[in-house]
Design a protein around this ligand. Sequence first.
Ligand code: E4P
Length: 217
Amino acid sequence: MKFFVDTADVEAIAELNALGMVDGVTTNPSLIMKSGRDILEVTKEICGIVAGPVSAETVALDADGMIAEGRKLAEIAPNITVKVPLTWDGLKACKVLSGDGHMVNVTLCFSANQALLAAKAGATFISPFVGRLDDINIDGMDLIGDIRTIYDNYDFNTQILAASIRTVNHVTQAALIGADVMTAPPEVIRKLADHPLTDKGLDAFMKDWAKTGQKIL
Ligand code: E4P
């Protein structure tokens, strides 16, 4: 499973990228707002750090506007993925932009039928929002499983990008189901390394090592 980092925080992206943990980046208007940066500038900087797909989201609500914005965003770098919302206009924009040869990430997906439409419109990635479904007491992982089954039934090439990942358990579940990609905030990716038995074991090793009085260097 590929790891995308869901942030426009350049320092966090660079830190995780140096560890080989970043296969791509996703941003959205809220994350751009949180960064306090200009969208074109910060996206260009991110594309200079990460070789994989970097999603930059359009903000127009009509297809023509999304297409124009998508083409402008795509000029930033060859690894830009244009992100459009899962509306009829978004699907129209997806069809045109993917026809132009751009990678397209269709976002704000909350149903299997929406995911089916995105695949038919030529999406490179579909982004089902797991956490936001969990927020309204619907199991977001069920949606990932349903989309996996449907895409496999018909050999769709659209990659399932499990989004709105909020916990380390979401990551495990998405990987078990076979999501192609997951995107998570930097803090969730860092937490994947945590385990209390690792901390406990390391503590015991350090105490015993101190008793030996030895040094390696
Ligand atoms: C995905 O591309 C979105 O940017 C993101 O995963 C949304 O996550 P949230 O529901 O935690 O805001």
